[in-house]
Write a protein that binds this ligand. Structure first.
Ligand SMILES: *[C@@H]1O[C@H](CO)[C@@H](O)[C@H](O)[C@H]1NC(C)=O
Ligand SMILES: *[C@@H]1O[C@H](CO)[C@@H](O)[C@H](O)[C@H]1NC(C)=O
Length: 474
């Protein structure tokens, strides 16, 4: 090498190193931020003595609400008003949103069939033990199924936290809960689960906060404190939608508490992951497992879908209270707004069906149970504020998408879910992605739509975690 070449090589190396450092600053791994584990979200001023507050409010009480006859009669009356809905355009099904002809039919079923059976639905909804307790100033609601016979011979016993999203509720998990809780009867596995299913703060019977700042990261803290309150120091986490994001934050911020994180909407929006996704689109066969390329590509479909279907997201992230006001005391509007998601997010192809394919994959009663939970608890506005809190400057600056998650991670992908991420996009963050699966049947609400499939997938994940990581005896 001539001296000049040597100098050039040296300069190139230095230059390359500097560029690498710059890029790394933009997208390298970051350390976990420290969050306030006692942050106060209650209506009153924060207590002076937090420990005394905890000691005083750590009681877990049975919560079995029953709504007075008058509430249900009032709803029936509201649904009995003459509907001044605008008819759909010629030949249009769900492409412009919830079809108003079908909405009339749905309202009729809700009023004349479902609501007269409300007491029966209440018995169904309260089939699991439900509780409330105070966490960081908020009255939190959750289902808690305990297995008392913990010493069943040859059975391994684990707690699992199930996290729902929007516009869902604990109701999405009912079949899945049965499967988990009765897994001790399942010949194929050796597990028994204690199942904990909270309503997110501001959702259903869990109190919403009265101050800004309760984003997904802070919700993860609340959930972790709830689990500790119940005596669970180590547990599995499962979630989709916001439950997936809160669960990911929980696993990232508190790895000492999470045995494994399983999600049916694994995602990572870090710059690295996005660039990789774009690059992968040039060589789909190199990155997507064979036979499942259409989960991810073509990217143009994903882009179109984003434009067509994300209006609600922008609205809720920017003006949750305005859309909240439009939906409050407006059961028909609430039904259209919420149930449209159960159509399109289950299968985008259902937009061309006159009834949105609503009953293809769900029982109407199950969807109305979920809707009733939003209506009765008047929680649509507080539920939508989670979007706004997720996109504040403070929340974004936590940069959790770039903080590595070390706990064992499992990703179940369902074909019609609203977004899909390749393993190569997830591995940057989830350093122990040990389970990655694909299902051609199913969409965004997997727990409600295909509980058996999700259950089997979750059990497979637990088995892998056990095999690869020594789980300490709990
Ligand atoms: C504890 O609860 C009792 C009864 O609800 C109340 O009177 C008392 O002030 C509380 N103490 C603290 C430290 O919050
Ligand atoms: C519903 O409205 C009809 C007439 O518009 C009336 O006859 C009926 O009693 C109403 N039902 C209820 C439950 O209010």
């Amino acid at each position: 090498m001539s001296p000049i070449t040597r100098i050039l090589v040296l300069l190139l190396a230095i230059g390359g190193g500097m560029v690498y450092k710059q890029i790394n600053q933009l997208w390298g791994d970051l350390p976990a931020p420290k969050l306030d584990l006692e942050e106060w979200w209650g209506d009153e001023a924060a207590p002076k003595d937090y420990e005394a507050y905890v000691a005083n409010t750590s009681e877990v009480i049975n919560n079995r609400l029953s709504y007075p006859e008058a509430t249900i009669e009032d709803l029936i009356k509201q649904l009995n008003r003459t509907l001044r809905l605008t008819p759909p355009l010629e030949g249009v099904a769900f492409e412009y949103g919830f079809n108003s002809d079908y909405l009339k039919e749905l309202v009729k079923y809700w009023r004349d069939d479902y609501l007269p059976r409300w007491r029966e639905r209440e018995v169904f909804l309260w089939q699991f033990n439900q509780f409330t307790t105070d966490i960081q100033g908020l009255r939190m609601h959750f289902l808690h199924l305990m297995v008392y016979d913990q010493n069943k011979v040859g059975k391994q016993h684990y707690p699992v936290l199930l996290l729902h999203g929007w516009p869902g509720s604990v109701r999405e998990f009912y079949d899945f809960i049965h499967l988990l809780h009765q897994s001790n009867l399942d010949e194929n596995n050796k597990y028994i689960f204690n199942v904990i299913v909270p309503s997110m703060p501001g959702y259903a019977w869990s109190q919403g906060t009265s101050r800004p700042g309760l984003g997904p990261a802070q919700v993860a803290v609340v959930m972790r404190n709830l689990m500790l309150r119940l005596g669970y120091k180590k547990f599995f986490v499962q979630g989709g939608d916001w439950g997936s994001i809160v669960g990911s934050h929980l696993a990232t911020l508190f790895p000492e508490n999470v045995l494994g994180y399983h999600s049916n909407m694994c995602n990572n929006l870090s710059p690295k992951s996005q660039v990789k996704g774009l690059l992968a689109s040039f060589w789909p066969s190199l990155y997507a497992p064979s036979g499942y390329e259409d989960f991810f590509f073509p990217k143009s479909r994903e882009f179109n879908h984003l434009i067509e279907e994300s209006g609600y997201f922008h609205l809720q992230a920017t003006k949750p209270d305005t859309i909240g006001a439009a939906l409050t005391d407006n059961p028909v509007g609430l039904a259209a707004y919420i149930l449209e998601k159960f159509s399109t997010w289950t299968n985008p192809g259902y937009r061309s069906l006159a009834d949105g394919g609503i009953t293809k994959r769900y029982k109407l009663d199950a969807l109305l149970d979920n809707l009733m939970i939003y209506y009765l608890t008047n929680s649509i506005t507080t539920s939508q504020r989670l979007y706004a809190e997720a996109y504040t400057k403070e929340q974004r600056e936590l940069r959790l998408e770039r903080v590595p998650t070390l706990v064992p991670t499992g990703c179940a992908r369902f074909k019609h879910d609203i977004m899909q991420f390749l393993d190569v996009q997830l591995e940057y963050k989830y350093k122990n992605l040990i389970h990655s699966t694909y299902y051609k049947n199913g969409g965004h609400f997997a727990a409600l739509e295909v509980p058996q499939v999700l259950y089997k997938d979750f059990i497979e994940f637990v088995k892998k975690v056990e095999r690869k990581f020594k789980i300490p005896t709990l």
